[in-house]
Design a protein around this ligand. Structure first.
Ligand SMILES: [Zn+2]
Length: 316
């Protein structure tokens, strides 16, 4: 697909400088010499009200006493790091989880117009470089927070290699950050696309079908299986289009196009609340916010990206 990497989180060519990860001395030097740290709180990213990520110096009071940060890479010569702020609870209490949480959580050690925000709510306001850094930070810090124990022997593990590995002193096992592949597919038949909605989504929201890949499966097989399971539609040719890191918590969305060989929808009510065929004309109306029923996947998601490019005839 042309322009595939212009998708949100599509990457910006960050120099990850993996050769420095094992060099503790060099990393200490980089941190002290103008290194910048992104402090995440409960998966939220620090942003300015005017837009953009908020970075702090390695000796900022917010970072004092925290464990060593993860080294993200070199951003035009500036060493970028990320660290989790555990344990802190704002005076007004932690926010209640919401589908699209727009709130800003203020911290006494951040400026008054800075706050922790949900990455999903901010992702389209970030530059490509910021989006890559924020997605990387969220994914890898999330992995550390949920992989504190060895999957082989159960002992506590420790972060090594500047955050890109965890080691088990008990049995010697090495653990690496995981990424979970998800297929997401634009299934078409002539002038129409197949969209579905999951239970619990905001009213009227429809998107491309998607599902986790299973061990032993190709991308093509996963596309055909998921579509058949959820809607009973048979899919023929499958083509890869674009991918998107989706750090909620650790997915890689693999966007594909698939040609439907059948039309009758047989819904799996556990997976989907509804599925339907939508014409280009209807979808155009929906994307413009003018459709009476259908609200498409929101901007920033690969589903929105694929659907927009399909409407503009820019898929292949
Ligand atoms: Zn172990």
């Amino acid at each position: 697909m042309r322009h595939s990497e212009t998708v949100t989180f599509g990457g910006s060519g960050l120099v990850r400088a993996a050769h420095l990860r094992g060099d503790a001395e060099a990393l200490t030097r980089l941190r002290a010499g103008g290194g910048q740290v992104l402090v995440l709180w409960r998966g939220r990213i620090p942003v300015a009200d005017t837009g953009g990520l908020v970075w702090v110096a390695a000796d900022h009071p917010l970072v004092a006493g925290l464990p060593a940060p993860v080294f993200l890479g070199l951003d035009d010569g500036i060493a970028r790091f990320a660290v989790d702020l555990p344990g802190w609870v704002p005076a007004e209490g932690a926010p209640t989880p919401a589908f699209l949480d727009q709130s800003r959580i203020r911290h006494p050690q951040l400026a008054a117009d800075h706050g922790f925000a949900e990455l999903r709510a901010e992702m389209t306001r970030l530059t490509a470089r910021e989006a890559e850094l924020a997605a990387t930070a969220r994914a890898i810090l999330g992995w550390h927070s949920s992989h504190g124990f060895c999957a082989a022997c159960g002992a506590a593990t420790e972060m090594v290699n500047a955050g890109w590995q965890r080691a088990c002193a008990q049995c010697g096992a090495q653990h690496f950050p995981r990424t979970d592949p998800v297929v997401i597919m634009l299934i078409t038949r002539g002038n129409r696309a197949l969209l579905g909605r999951s239970p619990g989504w905001p009213e009227g929201m429809y998107s491309c079908l998607a599902g986790f890949m299973e061990p032993g499966e190709t991308v093509e097989a996963a596309v055909r299986r998921e579509v058949a399971e959820e809607t009973g539609i048979r899919v023929g040719a499958v083509r890869y289009l674009a991918s998107q890191p989706w750090p909620f918590p650790a997915s890689l969305m693999i966007g594909c196009a698939g040609e439907a060989l059948s039309e009758t929808i047989t819904l799996d009510p556990v997976e989907l609340e509804d599925a339907l065929w939508v014409s280009r004309e209807e979808l155009m109306e929906a994307m413009a916010g003018a459709h009476p029923v259908i609200h498409p996947a929101r901007k920033g998601s690969i589903a929105h990206f694929l659907l927009s490019n399909w409407l503009a005839d820019r898929l292949f």
